[in-house]
Design a protein around this ligand. Structure first.
Ligand code: NCD
Length: 316
């Protein structure tokens, strides 16, 4: 079979997993393997993006995603500008268009954008010719998180097809859940979602998932248990009676973990709320928890995404 090259990547931007084919996803994952090794070596820098400018534009707070994009750009030799506009109550439409024009005038080579409104990053991508990576928009999409989760899964279980994956918690407000459901479906795995009915969005079954309202049935026969935080900042009103009760029913305690396959992988995109959606010992269980490995994979995935979009631009 013909080996794909990074210039075969189908997109100018990385906005959503839905836009990607299995070939695109495998291109990113395969190139990331090289960066996993580079990141473990003494000299972590290669000049793939030397002379290029990367702008990280964060309208919403972030620890892991922002730092890993910064590190990824620097390890590839780019000049990295970090702009954070936190807690903005400014009118989103106007600000975005103004921002897009201002930044475009500075001729950046790549842009990474996080915004609290779903669809904002797609809007920006239409206005500028710079390649854009979506670092999370509202409840909509977080493609690089799903890609780093896929790399973590592939390295541990040696495949991405035929797996049973339970995604548990606040599905309603989670862009991580949406992107992971899309990626796992594209690659041929089966997703079950486990949450109280108040935290399950309408018509989620159209995304090809099975819905469960208890951990016992939801985790049965699962190879992977992916936990999500209650995203209180996106909630208007109360969605769960109390965090103590929530933990009893939907938290990943040792007792609940026993419902999954023995040795099932434990994942969490972070930030974790220990004692709310996950027990502290379960999170730190080094035999099954790959939560730290997810963070490590994040840098490699983001290096691969930056390199791929830049090569497309240079070739195109
Ligand atoms: C997630 C996000 O921002 O969507 N975090 C992350 O990127 N690692 C999940 C979350 O905030 O709960």
């Amino acid at each position: 079979m013909k080996q794909s090259k990074i210039t075969d990547f189908s997109q100018k931007d990385i906005l959503s997993i839905e836009d990607l084919s299995p070939i695109d996803i495998n291109l990113i994952l395969n190139l990331s393997e090289y960066y996993v090794s580079l990141n473990k070596s003494q000299n972590k820098k290669i000049p793939k993006l030397k002379g290029k400018t990367l702008i990280n534009l964060f309208f919403e707070s972030s620890t892991r995603t922002r730092t890993s994009f910064e590190l990824a750009g620097k390890r590839l030799g780019a000049d990295v500008i970090n702009m954070s506009i936190e807690g903005s109550s400014i009118k989103k439409g106007e600000t975005l268009l103004d921002t897009a024009m201002t930044l475009n005038a500075m001729h950046p080579d790549l842009m990474v954008v996080r915004h609290n409104e779903s669809g904002a990053v797609n809007l920006l991508a239409k206005k500028v010719n710079t390649p854009i990576i979506n670092a999370g928009d509202g409840c909509h999409s977080h493609p690089t998180q799903a890609l780093l989760d896929a790399l973590t899964i592939r390295r541990n279980l040696k495949k991405l097809d035929g797996l049973n994956v339970a995604i548990c918690g606040d599905i309603m407000h989670s862009r991580v859940a949406r992107s992971n459901i899309q990626l796992l479906n594209i690659m041929g795995s089966n997703v079950k979602i486990v949450a109280p009915s108040t935290l399950i969005p309408n018509s989620i079954e159209k995304m090809g998932v099975e819905i469960f309202h208890n951990m016992k049935d939801g985790l049965q026969n699962c190879d992977i248990v992916m936990m999500l935080r209650l995203q209180n900042e996106r909630m208007h009103g109360s969605y769960v009676p109390s965090t103590r009760e929530y933990y009893e029913i939907f938290g990943l305690s040792k007792k609940n973990l026993d419902k999954a396959k023995p040795g099932a992988l434990i994942m969490h995109p972070g930030p974790m709320n220990r004692g709310v959606e996950i027990d502290t010992e379960v999170a730190d269980n080094m035999k099954q928890s790959v939560i730290r490995e997810q963070v490590e994979m994040g840098v490699a995935i983001r290096m691969a995404c930056l390199e791929i979009l830049n090569s497309k631009r240079v070739e195109g």
